[in-house]
Design a protein around this ligand. Structure first.
Ligand code: ZN
Length: 402
């Protein structure tokens, strides 16, 4: 469990009663028997396609919070590979018999970019499990609950918070259905604030999705002032396209997670949003995760671990363009240059950085995880000190106010 008592840790390490397991977050393993007592600890996961928010909380304390940035280069890399292969096949080469047809997609096959996101979700959760005694995991699976809209009499623990929360659910659904675009100006006003407008008044028309429409604030205010007219196609009870496609990634991830851990439950974005606003918390991935974990009042010391998933390999062996004289230049640098690998964590002038590029001359491109270069991307390797060798989860910690 997290400790504020740094002196004690130092003594434990000095007396060889503990050893260092991880540098960031700094984790030690005790080398003596301790009690098995642990508190009730819950992990909230804000699953997403670009970021994952993680928050481990007890009733009144935040133990660990993290914001994970996912890879978004996979589609690009794969289409480059496809192109390269196409070019190669069009070369005049010796005849080679067709390989027999042994290519079949397994059941549960996902697009590589989605599969990578699912895997990353599972890995970051496993890594949290390795350092903290998690008793339950709660995942936000979608922004609204479609079953609840179709069948309003449904009941459950989350369904007892009254009509207001029900409206929040329908509201998220309507925003999704309308593609988060104003249905009056179709986004021409450039107003990013969206309202959900009752086509007939709430009293007579009710809160059903067929009486609601997404409008930007400019159009919404304009309509009520009488300066903007809604298109004639918008009237109560009109049919809209149904939200059949509901984020395959989050469902695939949720099902895999349930196979691995026993205490997994789900929640919806509209509940998270409601909790966040009720507690006056700002919007961020880790804050949402804190609300999802069920302990929005837990107090944090402001530490957020920022993680970034990067590629494990560089598979393209040769550069695409062939040099004069038919020389193919290698695309990969040597395994180690001056003893350093790509994505090694290093110390330079007292600060922690990651190696993002290496040159044979020994001048490296080191950066912080938000991409800020040091010395215009050219630092002599002699001035670096290795902190942690290459890992495909880059991590650094940042201080926030909440
Ligand atoms: Zn508009």
């Amino acid at each position: 469990m997290p400790t504020e008592n740094h002196a004690k840790v130092r003594i434990l390490l000095k007396n060889k009663k503990a050893k260092v397991i991880k540098r960031c977050p700094f984790t030690i393993q005790l080398l003596y028997e301790s009690t098995n007592y642990t508190q009730d600890v819950s992990l909230g996961v804000d699953a997403g396609s670009k970021h994952i928010g993680l928050s481990v909380t007890t009733k009144d304390e935040v133990l660990f919070e993290s914001d994970v940035e996912l890879r978004n280069d996979i589609v690009d890399l794969l289409s480059t590979r496809r192109q390269n292969r196409r070019i190669r096949r069009n070369h005049k080469t010796r005849y080679r018999k067709a390989r027999f047809d042994n290519r079949k997609r397994k059941d549960g096959w996902l697009v590589p970019s989605v599969q990578n996101k699912v895997d990353t979700h599972l890995t970051v959760i496993r890594r949290v499990h390795e350092i903290l005694p998690i008793t339950r995991i709660i995942v936000e699976i979608a922004s609204f609950d479609i079953q609840k809209i179709k069948n309003p009499t449904i009941s459950g623990t989350d369904y007892q918070q009254g009509e207001q929360l029900d409206f929040w659910n329908v509201r998220e659904y309507v925003l999704f259905r309308d593609d988060h675009t104003c249905q009056c100006c179709k986004g021409k006003s450039k107003d990013k604030i969206l309202n959900v407008h009752h086509i007939e008044s709430r009293k007579t028309g009710g809160d059903a999705p067929n009486n609601l429409i997404t409008l930007c604030e400019t159009c919404h205010i304009g309509y009520h002032k009488g300066t903007v007219k809604l298109p004639k196609t918008i009237k109560r009870g009109m049919s809209f396209r149904d939200a059949a496609f509901m984020g395959i990634m989050r469902w695939a991830f949720y099902n895999k997670l349930k196979e691995k851990y026993s205490n997994v439950s789900l929640t919806y974005g509209y509940i998270t949003k409601n909790t966040r606003i009720e507690n006056g918390l700002p919007k961020d991935h880790y804050i949402d995760a804190r609300c999802i974990s069920g302990n929005p009042k837990a107090v944090s010391d402001g530490t957020v671990y920022y993680q970034k998933k990067v590629r494990c390999h560089n598979r393209q062996i040769h550069k695409n363009t062939i040099l004069k004289g038919g020389i193919r230049k290698r695309n990969q640098a040597d395994y180690k240059i001056k003893g350093y690998r790509l994505f090694d964590t290093v110390r330079y002038k007292g600060n922690i950085y990651t190696i993002f590029g290496r040159r044979n001359s020994g001048f490296f491109d080191i950066r912080t995880l938000d991409g800020t270069k040091v010395n215009k991307g050219s630092v002599n390797y002699k001035k670096l000190q290795l902190i942690q060798p290459n890992s495909n989860y880059l991590i650094e910690f940042r201080k926030h106010t909440v």
